[in-house]
Each structure stands twice: as C-alpha cells, then as structure tokens.
Design a protein around this ligand. Structure first.
Ligand SMILES: NC(=O)C1=CN([C@@H]2O[C@H](COP(=O)(O)OP(=O)(O)OC[C@H]3O[C@@H](n4cnc5c(N)ncnc54)[C@H](OP(=O)(O)O)[C@@H]3O)[C@@H](O)[C@H]2O)C=CC1
Ligand SMILES: CC(=O)N[C@@H](CCC(=O)OP(=O)(O)O)C(=O)O
Length: 346
C-alpha cells in the first residue's frame, strides 16, 4: 500500500482527491490538512464523505506525519506549496503539486504572471509537467509532478495532435473556454456569489489569464518552436466542467475525416481520451465526475480553419483525477486504477 497525505484537503481540489483516493485499492490515506478546520473530522466539513473517510483535519505544521508518507498531494493556493514541496522532497517523498508553483520551466515566467517571487526556483529543474498523454515516460521517473492547470489540460489535449504534426499556423490559435464555478475554489468571492453568477455568463482576465503562458510553454515543446495563443476564459453558472472551443488556421487544405484519423491514431492507447462520433459535440455533462477528456473536431472549408471542442471535469481530469493518474504512473500501478468511474448523468 502506498501511504498518501493530502495537504489542503478542505479545498475543492483536495476533497476530490480524498474522494478518489478513498476508493483506490493501493492507497492508504494517512493524513489530511486544513487551515481553518483543524481538529474537525473531514467528513464533518464535507458530509458526503461520511462512512468513507474517518480522518481528522490537522494543521499543515503537523508535517512530521510526512515521514510516514510515500506520496504527498499538495492542493494549496498558488504560492503556498513551495515550503511543503521542499520538505517532502528532502525527506525522499514523492510530491504531486496541484497548484501552479512548479509548472513553469523558468522562475521569471512564474514571477511575471503570478506577481510574486518564486520561493524554490531551483526545484523547477526537477519538476515534470504532469500531462500523461504527453509526458508519460518522464512522469514515471519523476519525484516532483506539477499537475497542469484545468484550462491548459483541456486545451493541450485538444491541440496536441495538430501542433505536434505542425498542421496549424502556430500564431493563429484562439481558445475560448468556459468553466464552472468550482474552478474558482471553495472560498467565497463576489464573482462566485449565487446572485451574481447564476443566469450569467462573463469573460474574465481577457488577454491576461495566467494560464496563457502555461499553454504556450507546453505547446512550444510539442511544436519545437515558440507559440503565442489568444486565450479567453469565461465563467458560467454550472458547478463542474470546462468546455474549450479552439480555432486554428490549417497550414494545408485537409478534411475532417483525415484529421479525425490523426486524432484517433494519436490517442489510440489513451484510456481517458474519447474522440466522439462525428455528429456528437462534447458536453461537460458527459464527463461529469470522471477523468475523461472528450474531443471532437471539424474543418471549416470556407475559412480553412479547424475547430476543436474539448470537455473535461475541472476537478477530475483538470485536477484530482489527473493527479491520481500521475501517482499511478509514478508508482507503477495500472494507469486507470481508482479512476474507472462512469460519468454521473444527468
Ligand atoms: N478548483 C479547481 O478546479 C482546480 C484547482 N487547482 C489548484 O488546486 C489548488 C487548490 O485549489 P482549490 O481546491 O480550488 O482551492 P480552495 O480555495 O477550494 O482550497 C484551498 C485549500 O488550501 C487551504 N489554504 C488556503 N489558504 C491557505 C494558507 N494560507 N495556508 C495553508 N492552507 C491554506 C484551504 O484550507 P481551509 O479550507 O481550511 O481554509 C483549502 O484546504 C490551487 O493551487 C488551484 O490552483 C488546479 C486545478 C483545478
Ligand atoms: C473559474 C476559475 O476561477 N478558474 C480558475 C482556474 C482554476 C485552476 O484550476 O487553475 P490553477 O490550477 O492554475 O489554479 C481561474 O481562472 O483562475
């Protein structure tokens, strides 16, 4: 059994990790931490866990527990992971960080887009960007995984085959994404207030969302050259899910059938990627609660552009599920272990 600790278990990403890990046959949860619910049972803070998880929330400083863990999941707001990650790595424990702290190759990019100094810049050299469909072999050897952001996950999986094959103009990519409210975490804010978010759709952080450089960095690795994208996120009144609609100009005339074949081939061994039948366009409800990323695409011959649509559950493939998938790879478990759930519908 692998012993796991979840730091920040009382957040939406952390509690989703606890839900998945509580059913994982090869994992024993040995500790959960919280900032504001110390000494309360986690199942009191989140009653849906009653009867499944009996752990008491501890304060993060109680990291002496760390010595008995084999893996530590960190689900803290960005900027807070670094000291925990350092401590775990120094104790020889593998780390999967769900925040943004270790996603960039360069500390300068983090500092520019997150507006604060990086606290452990030297660890960036050993962190592996945890997108299994792209980085599987590196993940297997990693000590530190930077779990991708939810918007980048939906976008990169939608674009990887086209960008790796250089079938699109790398300066023409436009990404329009819509996220459910849980993407903003459990903390209360005006933007996520019911009266202000219900029956409302709005764009935010236009031309300056912090996931833009993350998407560009990973696309550049696939393409072998710099990529600049236009990325616009929207908040929409649903609980979970991200739908990304991606537009790009084709470098050569091609047709939808040919591109579909490329996608089917590229993802043929991927357990969590579903290329939908021709007339079915991804719905967030079709992936709800699951680790799937549903994709479909079509060529618009009038404009010679391809349109790719991608749907994930932001808390599963966009966070906790992907983290479990990464843990499975790091420990040599079957990649789908603990993640074989049928999406909840309707
Ligand atoms: N929500 C999502 O869809 C996704 C989130 N992520 C990432 O996961 C991480 C967690 O996000 P999310 O779960 O949404 O956020 P939440 O706000 O829901 O949870 C944050 C967690 O961190 C704890 N915490 C907050 N501030 C501090 C602090 N100063 N010191 C120690 N602990 C603290 C909270 O404790 P308490 O509850 O006790 O206050 C809680 O457990 C973030 O880095 C986020 O970027 C990644 C992908 C998707
Ligand atoms: C709706 C909403 O607010 N979404 C968050 C993205 C959440 C996320 O997963 O991003 P990280 O993993 O990088 O934190 C945002 O736009 O910042």
């Amino acid at each position: 059994m692998v012993k796991a600790l979840v730091i920040g278990a009382t957040g939406y990403a952390g509690v989703e990790l606890v839900r998945l890990l509580s059913r994982h046959r090869r994992v024993q949860l040995v500790g959960v931490t919280s900032q504001s619910h110390v000494d309360k049972p986690l199942s009191f803070v989140y009653p849906h866990l009653s009867g499944h998880v009996s752990l008491i929330c501890k304060e993060q400083e109680m990291l002496d527990k760390i010595s008995e863990a084999d893996v530590v999941f960190v689900a803290l707001p960005h900027g807070y992971s670094a000291p925990v990650v350092r401590k775990a790595l120094d104790s020889g424990i593998k780390v999967i960080d769900l925040g943004a702290d270790f996603r960039f190759d360069e500390a300068d990019s983090y500092e520019e887009w997150y507006g604060e100094q990086h606290k452990e810049p030297e660890l960036l050299a050993i962190s592996v960007y945890g997108l299994p469909e792209v980085n599987r072999s590196k993940i297997k050897e990693a000590q530190l995984i930077a779990n991708p952001g939810c918007y980048p996950t939906s976008t990169l999986l939608g674009l990887a085959p086209l960008v790796r094959e250089r079938m699109v103009d790398l300066n023409s990519i436009v990404i329009d994404s819509k996220s459910g409210i849980s993407g903003a975490g459990r903390k209360l804010t005006l933007a996520t207030h019911f009266a202000e978010s219900n029956e409302n759709v709005s764009a935010y952080n236009v031309a300056r969302h912090r996931h833009t450089p993350e998407i560009e960095q990973e696309l550049a690795k696939l393409a072998g050259e710099k990529v600049k994208v236009t990325f616009t996120p929207h908040l929409i009144p649903m609980t979970r899910g991200i739908l990304s609609t991606i537009y790009a100009s084709l470098t050569e005339a091609t047709n939808s059938d040919k591109l579909r074949e490329i996608y089917l081939d590229y993802y043929r061994h991927e357990p969590f990627i579903r290329i939908l039948p021709e007339e079915q366009w991804p719905h967030t409800k079709w992936v709800y609660g699951s680790n799937y990323c549903d994709l479909n695409l079509r060529v618009d011959h009038r404009t010679n552009r391809v349109i790719v649509v991608s749907a994930i559950d932001n808390l599963v493939k966009g966070a906790a599920g992907q983290a479990v998938q990464n843990m499975n790879l790091m420990f040599g478990f079957p990649e789908t272990e603990g993640l074989e759930v049928v999406p909840v519908f309707p």
